[in-house]
Structures are given as C-alpha cells and as structure tokens.
Write a protein that binds this ligand. Sequence first.
Ligand code: FBP
Ligand code: MG
Ligand code: MG
Length: 335
Amino acid sequence: MSRVTLSRYLIEQTRSHNTPADLRFLIEVVARACKEISHQVSKGALGGVLGSLGSENVQGEVQKKLDVISNEILLEANEWGGHLAGMASEEMDNAYQIPGKYPKGAYLLVFDPLDGSSNIDVNVSVGTIFSVLRCPDRQGETGDLGEEAFLQPGTQQVAAGYAIYGPQTMLMLTLGDGVKGFTLDRELGSFVLTHDDIKVPESTKEFAINMSNQRHWEAPVQRYVGELLAGETGPLGRNYNMRWIASMVADVHRILTRGGVFMYPRDAREPEKPGKLRLMYEANPMSMIIEQAGGAATNGQQRILEIEPESLHQRVAVFLGSKEEVLRITAYHRG
Ligand SMILES: O=P(O)(O)OC[C@H]1O[C@](O)(COP(=O)(O)O)[C@@H](O)[C@@H]1O
Ligand SMILES: [Mg+2]
Ligand SMILES: [Mg+2]
C-alpha cells in the first residue's frame, strides 16, 4: 500500500476540494515547525531544554524554556512564507505583524506553541495547538495589523490542528472536512496519514477534569460530576472511569481516539475569569477538531465556536467530547 504523506494529502485537497495553494503551503510550514519542536522536546535533559526561564508570559505564567523555544520556531518558520499577515501566540503579549506592507498574506495564524508545558520536565505528552483564520480584507490600507483582525469567532477558522509529542509524534488536522491524523515517520522525515476520518463515539464512560478544583465548581458541574461518580448507583446508571493528563492536547487526543468528555469549567477561585483555557488558541481549534469528528464543544451555555472574542488572550470554560455527555452538562447549565 502506498503511503500518503501530509504533502500528498494537501496536494489532493488542492485538486479535489479547492483548498487554496497558499493555505496548503501554510500548513506545510506549520507541520515543519512541529517536526522541529518535536525534535527539541525529545532531547530533554540532553539538550539542556528542560526547566523554566526567569520570565512570565502575559497571563502571569512562568515560561518554560521550551515554551519560548517552540514559540520562536513557529515564528521563524512562518515569517517568510508569504502566506501570513500576522501571528498571535500564548507566549506573546500582542499580535505580531509580518514585516512589510499590510496585508502581506491572506491568513492569520494563532497558536499555543507548547501546551501542557508543566508536563515537560516529567516526560509526559505535550503538544502544539494552532488555528488558521482569514485576514480581514483591508486591501490598500497600510496601517498596522491590530488585535481586532484576530477577533473572529471560531466558526471562521479555515483550518485547525495540533501536534502531539508523545510516544509517537502525530499531527491532527482539519480543513473543515473531517479530521485526519498523521504520524511522524522519523526515517522518512514526513508525516504519514495513519488515521483517516476520525470520529468521536457519541457516548462514553470516561471523563476528564481536574478533581482538585471540585470545591470551587459551580452547581451544574457539581451535579454532573456527582452523577458520574455515583456510577451505577446514580441517575446515569453506569460506572465511569476518570483520566486527567493535564495536557489539553493529550486529553483531547485520547477523546478523539476512544471517546470521552473533557471539562475545564469556570470556578470560584478567580470569579472574574471565565475559565482557565484560552479561547483563541486552545478552545477554538480543539472545538473545531472535535466538531469535525462528530463531537460537541460548549462553554456550558453556547457552542464555543460561536463565541465572539473580545481579546486575544480571553479565557473560556470548556466542555468538549462525546456528544451525549456534552449536551447533558450543557443542559444542566441552562437549567
Ligand atoms: O494545572 P491544571 O489545572 O491541571 O490545568 C491543566 C490544563 O492547563 C494547560 O496545561 C494549559 O496549557 P499551557 O501549558 O499551554 O499553559 C492545559 O493543557 C491543561 O488542560
Ligand atoms: Mg495550553
Ligand atoms: Mg502553552
């Protein structure tokens, strides 16, 4: 059987689904950067890449060396491709405009360069999450590309994906027509299509939540998780299993592979923050992937993809995965 590489798949998409050539090149460049990040991550203590820097990002989180290295790899790889007008990242306070006359390229790239970075030093899976938006058409203007250009709801994403750096490095991708999974063949140096047409099972017996926050949750989440824990003695009438990797990439990857429900609710620790995860570069791309695989993603009240963003680093509550469970917890929120 001949192998379908990511490049071959993208060429096919250009031919048969009219995927624009510049979007194809953009995905290729992101994939190349992910290969480089995978290489850096795999060096671990041998490469001197573990541990923290003395710095914090815009959200006050301590930056790991690999957070910054991964951010630079993505910036450098994408800066000169000509397909992008700008980039925004978890690790940068402000949007980054590609130097030159605006608008340079047709797209905007938003990313979490290294997700789950608290897990790097303990050798647990981490990943890169990315989202591609169209740059609003402002032909002729030469002004700065501001944050507003990025503030588009997730329904406007033209592509989304993540790379997971685990026992295997994989790239999961959607161009809005289902989800494909590619595994990095290190001998070939290419991502090879290994998971065609990924589907999230509609029902599940597995949930993922950071239980240590239980006392801070709101009533609908208390009720729902209480019912899961009650198992066959409770109203749901069956036993559930729990997993929490604390890398969104790894938790979502498990759900794409065998189903499940992932939750990071808002809670009372910091009432002004509507959750921990970031809308633009965590929740939106993951929600597009999950929906494209037949699952659902809400903030408890509405589809995550329909939220109108107000700022680049905005946070959001996240419930995503197998449809039946996401709809149940959303119904509990709506009362
Ligand atoms: O520390 P907690 O509460 O378990 O949170 C884990 C969550 O935080 C994150 O690590 C945040 O991502 P970053 O590492 O990119 O900041 C998610 O990947 C994960 O789901
Ligand atoms: Mg993250
Ligand atoms: Mg991160």
